[in-house]
Design a protein around this ligand. Sequence first.
Ligand code: PEP
Ligand code: MN
Length: 376
Amino acid sequence: MSKSFELDLSTNPAWMSRLETPVIMAGPCSAESEEQVVETARALKENERVSLFRAGIWKPRTRPGNFEGIGAEALAWMKTVKEETGLKTIVEVANANHVYEALKHGIDELWVGARSTVSPFSVQEVADALKGVDVPVWVKNPVNPDLQLWLGAMERLNKAGIKRIGAIHRGFSTFEKTPFRNIPKWNIAIELKRVVPNLPIVCDPSHICGNRHLIGTVAQRALDLAMNGLMIETHPDPDNALSDAKQQITPDMLNDILAALTFRQPGDVPETSLLEVYRSEIDGIDNGLIQLLAQRNEISAQIGHYKQEKNMTIYQVKRWDHLFEDRIRRATNLGLDEQFVKDFYQMVHANSIRIQERIMNKAAQPAAKTKKKKQA
Ligand code: PEP
Ligand code: MN
């Protein structure tokens, strides 16, 4: 996609700072009771990295009959959170009524959920309800991996006058079996960053993972890929949560995850930085490696012709055994990892065998055919 896609985003310094300082949103999947909401928020407030308190008020459940959220009544609890903890609040909106109710109760920021982003009608309804309102809106990726649909939703909001727009990367539904509930497909988030560089993008490892175990790893990956923050579902008693129980973590677990993360430097790398120097050295070394591998292939081909002429087997056990041991010894003496060297040489050897096979079989086939004819 060309870089020409543009959103007219706010240049307000407070909003722009979200590109510099990681935005951490945390809170339960669903608001379940005033006690649960306030208890979670009190614990989260102790972590200075957490700036936004999330809770689902209306829940888009896959099947009817599951807990579908408390509804507008829970918005008053969010107000209590704000007053008691000073945390800003954010809720999901999927229609005009949600928008009116949320704004009426002083909710600070809104997000559009993955199941709404797929529907231009829903997004347009939310956008129309927001005309003339100055509130930040975060847009989750659509459930299907379609960057255009994600961009289109943000464009609709932007056209309605919303300039503080952010994106939330929560992974994509898939029929394939993977370790994730929603596969991340990082390339889509990376491409979004490339086409709209000044758009804050927050990663939601909770919905990507669908379980507690991978959250830290996915969160680190997001930070390494220059994402601007995280949204992590947090509940005082995750096992008994009324929605997304498997993926929610306690505020204490969140503290541990955040403490273990490496928050890297934002911004572009200047041309002359040390990193650029290292990168050009790596480029030169890789170029040398590729040339050497090509030369090695040429020699393998010569060996193939030789063995063909002498009617030798391709695989020469003693030679391979000697070569393998020798290369491992040399490489480990230089500090290379033994397993890496083994894997690498097994690949190199297999490639050499393929080259020789092609040569020897090509030379052998016509002779075999002639012989068969004579016999017949
Ligand atoms: C949520 O954040 O609880 C939620 C419903 O997420 P998503 O829209 O990503 O499925
Ligand atoms: Mn959830």
